[in-house]
Design a protein around this ligand. Structure first.
Ligand code: SF4
Length: 180
């Protein structure tokens, strides 16, 4: 029989027949283990992501095997590949169509910084148009690195307060990017 590992229970008060913790911790635990990624793959890094989804690496082990090809049913945007400046508005529209709360990973050198394509036509990092939570280095990153990036997002998701999206800090971030 498979060795099933259960995620750690959040910190709380425990006694015979009861366990009490905060809503933040329960929501964080649920969100962390049920991310719905949307792959925005434009070139070679997308191939590494395909390997990450396949049986050897199996993103399903992290509760994130349900990919979305509609931004409205996704909460984790994975941007993989070279993003031409012409594609910038499309990427931004996809981001805007995702419901809150949402997180973004820039997978690989191109999405993070333009990579080797220091040219007039390539966006020099997606954080010029949308906020990024985690950057995965590499050209291309190995599937292990992509998994590590997703685990870093899971850490952020678990620790995020359910009030963060209403906070002045988050509103300032949206204003900086002129997101309505
Ligand atoms: S980072 Fe490297 S592997 Fe990834 S899309 Fe750019 S050129 Fe391709």
């Amino acid at each position: 029989m498979a060795d099933v590992k259960i995620d750690k229970a959040p910190a709380g008060l425990e006694g015979p027949g009861f366990f009490a913790t905060s809503l933040d911790q329960v929501v964080g635990l649920a969100r962390k283990n049920s991310l719905w990624p949307m792959p925005f793959a434009t070139s070679c890094c997308g191939i590494e992501f395909m390997a990450t989804m396949a049986s050897t690496y199996d993103l399903g082990r992290f509760g994130a095997e349900r990919l979305s090809y509609s931004p409205r049913q996704a909460d984790l945007l994975l941007v993989m590949g070279t993003i031409a400046k012409k594609m910038g508005p499309v990427l931004r529209k996809v981001y805007e169509q995702m419901a809150e709360p949402k997180w973004v990973v820039a997978v690989g050198a191109c999405a993070s910084s333009g990579g080797i394509f220091d040219t007039y036509s390539v966006l020099q990092g997606i954080d010029r148009i949308i906020p990024v939570d985690v950057y995965v280095p590499g050209c291309p990153p190995r599937p292990e690195q992509i998994l590590d990036g997703i685990m870093r997002v899971q850490d952020l998701v678990q620790k995020e307060s359910i009030r963060r999206r209403d906070s002045a800090e988050y509103k300032a971030l949206q204003e900086k990017y002129q997101i309505q």
